[in-house]
Design a protein around this ligand. Structure first.
Ligand SMILES: Cc1cc2nc3c(=O)[nH]c(=O)nc-3n(C[C@H](O)[C@H](O)[C@H](O)COP(=O)(O)OP(=O)(O)OC[C@H]3O[C@@H](n4cnc5c(N)ncnc54)[C@H](O)[C@@H]3O)c2cc1C
Length: 630
């Protein structure tokens, strides 16, 4: 049997994966990256008008501290305090490493990393290298990994983590091109597979990102906060968030039915068009759908878009060529003061939405133009899309999962809670990569003897379908599309208990059907099989978590759990009634635990922010002994 052996294998080539491999190499470990596609994933292929990185304050006269930053992260609710403290403590080191590697984060003339405020950020810790911050990060880290001659196995889909009672001992992969299985033997596996984007139809993640959270589920690793996502309005072709200026210039919202009948639908919900316009403006910097802003705020706009798309089955577009509501000219004085004054200051209180966009943000016009959409003539299709998973694989303060030797860093790790400051995802990925690598650097490399490894990998392969020329073909692509649509409709930003239960039953049925497949005729079918299996296992885990949450708690974060007895958002059907959580749930973490007979839900208190012994001599003494890695 052929396999490669390393101290650690990192799965994924996004900002987290490259960073972890770089650190492992730096700390003297033998490491390889396994990736489905070196140019795939969210980090390399996504961005926004100003893609944000959240870090400790490094400019000006306003004091910042590790503990203050940790408290801000922790205050999002359902986040573990030790995770928050580590993310704050290592944010400067991780950020400055990226600067040293050449990511162009701006400094002022005196070298200060001047920041700005992002959502859920009381300080001004955010910075940005422009619309493509995460792409620049990935490219800089990739260069560094290549310079260090870290092997990158491209075109391999990791499908199972191999393990014994003691912990992880290897990875089983599928080579996409040939459909053959490939093995890695290692004492440590770091999952950097990104967010499980593939479970949803309506998503702004790049097409090349689907994630593989099932690697952890099949290994029996705990997951947490699976209910917590971030949703927001995004264009569907190209996939891009329509945040910031795209909303502040007040476009028209138009929906079209299957016969091509067009109408502006926001006016149904508002008696005063200027109230609607003011909320559209606010959506610009209140981008994520936020359940606290439904009854009296800008998230009503998200719900109205959702209703058109999902309930009324109409396609929704932004139109920049004309002012909304048949207004020849907008009376800017009638907008909410923050909207009217902002547009005046920006010298954009005139003309059509397109004219305002050109005036305020010419690059925003060019961005779509370069991607094939001319906003001066064409409408832009949008939907309420999944953008980020706050929950994921449970990790401890070294980003190790509940399975020894199996780590998770980046978006697949469930390190965030209900809400998080914009930009903290990129910080978490870098910090998690460093923590996992630091811990692994002090570990032994081999968990088991060669013969035992060969037995385990043989057993694993025998449980999986084989590639057999002439085997009956199966069209899994259309089943994948159906399953994604089902999930977006039942368990996206709007969650209705009976619909989620039905979706769960259908997911289980699909899984049963899939498990009866023993052979497949082509390499592509093998690949689709494992993609579909991952999608269904992950959907099942997310649905179990959401169903339990809906049965025990009220609406929070970036989701609305319908409740016919609750409060009713104006202008919408009874269906959208809900009760808002009073914040109590933020003291708890919901865990989803894979067990032999299914998934079990367990609620535990959040781990508090640790109180440290900060006496230098004590810290130093321990550091000399074990670098405080334990
Ligand atoms: C539109 C948009 C805007 C965003 N804006 C911000 C922002 O402003 N600030 C912020 O902090 N965050 C933002 N995010 C989130 C952030 O970009 C992501 O969380 C982050 O880039 C994820 O990095 P990662 O390394 O964990 O995963 P990714 O970059 O997604 O990489 C995952 C890698 O794993 C590989 N992979 C997956 N499964 C397998 C498998 N089974 N076998 C082999 N390889 C596999 C993929 O091919 C890919 O290489 C945004 C996200 C989106 C979609």
């Amino acid at each position: 049997m052929y396999y490669e052996s390393y101290d650690a294998v990192v799965i994924g080539s996004g900002a987290a994966g490259f960073s972890c491999a770089y650190r492992l190499n730096q700390f003297g470990k033998s490491v390889a990256i396994v990736t489905e596609g070196i140019f795939d994933g969210t980090s390399r292929n996504t961005g926004s008008d100003k893609q944000t990185y959240y870090k400790l304050g490094l400019a000006g006269d306003r004091p910042d501290s590790v503990l203050e930053m940790a408290k801000n992260l922790f205050s999002g609710g359902s986040m573990d305090g030790d995770t928050a403290l580590v993310e704050a403590a290592l944010s400067a080191r991780s950020f400055l490493n990226l600067c040293e590697l050449g990511v162009p984060f701006p400094v002022n003339r005196y070298g200060e990393y001047v920041g700005y405020k992002t959502d859920h950020d009381p300080y001004a810790r955010a910075t940005s290298a422009g619309p493509l911050t995460s792409k620049f990060m990935t490219e800089a880290l990739e260069t560094c990994v290549k310079e260090r001659n870290v092997p990158v196995f491209d075109g391999l889909l990791a499908i199972e983590v191999l393990k014994t009672e003691e912990g992880a001992c290897g990875v089983l992969c599928l080579e996409r091109k040939s459909g053959r299985y490939v093995l890695f033997r290692c004492g440590n596996v770091v999952l950097c597979t990104g967010g499980p984007a593939g479970i949803y139809a309506d998503r702004v993640y790049p097409k090349s990102q689907s994630g593989m959270t099932s690697l952890a589920i099949l290994a029996g690793a705990k997951l947490q906060n699976l209910t917590e996502w971030q949703f927001g309005l995004a264009s569907v072709a190209p996939l891009w968030n329509v945040s910031g200026t795209y909303m502040q210039v007040l476009p028209r919202f138009v929906s079209i039915d299957e016969h091509g009948e067009k109408r502006e639908f926001l006016q149904e919900a508002f008696s005063d068009p200027y109230e609607a316009l003011s909320l559209i403006f606010l959506k610009g910097y209140q981008w994520p759908f936020d359940s606290r802003k439904i009854l009296h705020g800008s998230s009503l706009i998200d719900l109205l878009v959702y209703r058109e798309c999902t309930l009324r089955k109409r396609r929704v577009f932004l139109d920049y060529t004309e002012n909304p509501f048949g207004l020849k000219e907008i009376d800017f004085k009638r907008l909410a003061p923050e909207a009217g004054e902002y547009l005046k200051k920006a010298e954009a209180a005139f003309g059509t939405p397109f004219a305002r966009l050109e005036k305020m943000n010419r690059p925003a016009v060019e961005l779509y133009f370069n991607k094939g959409v001319d906003l001066s003539r064409e409408m832009l299709e949008i939907a309420l899309c999944a953008q980020h998973h706050n929950g994921g694989i449970s990790v401890d303060l070294w980003w190790q999962s509940s399975v020894c030797g199996l780590f998770a860093a980046g978006e697949c790790a469930g390190t965030h809670g209900v809400s998080r400051p914009g930009g903290s995802a990129l910080n978490s990925g870098q910090v998690g990569a460093l923590r996992a690598a630091s811990f692994i650097s002090r570990q032994g490399n081999e968990r088991i003897a060669v013969e035992q490894f060969e037995r385990i990998s043989e057993d694993a392969k025998n449980r999986l379908p084989i590639l057999q020329k002439g085997a009956k073909g199966v069209n899994l692509k259309s089943k994948i599309s159906l399953a994604r649509r089902r999930m977006s409709d039942a368990a996206g930003a709007i969650r209705n208990l009976p619909e989620m239960k039905e979706a769960y039953l259908k997911t289980k049925r699909d899984l049963e059907e899939l498990s009866s497949i023993l052979s497949l005729g082509t390499a592509e079918e093998m690949y689709q099989y494992f993609k579909f299996r991952d999608l269904l296992l992950t959907q099942a885990a997310v649905l179990v978590a959401m169903i339990d949450y809906a049965e025990t708690h009220h609406t929070r974060g970036s989701a609305l759990y319908t409740n016919p007895k609750g409060e009713h958002p104006k202008g919408l059907e009874e269906f959208f009634s809900f009760y808002l959580d009073d914040g109590e749930s933020g003291a708890w973490v919901q865990e989803t635990i894979p067990e032999k007979d299914g998934l079990r839900i367990h609620w535990r208190s959040v781990r508090p922010i640790p109180e440290n012994d900060d006496f230098f001599e004590n810290v130093w003494r321990n550091y000399r002994e074990n670098q405080n890695i334990y």
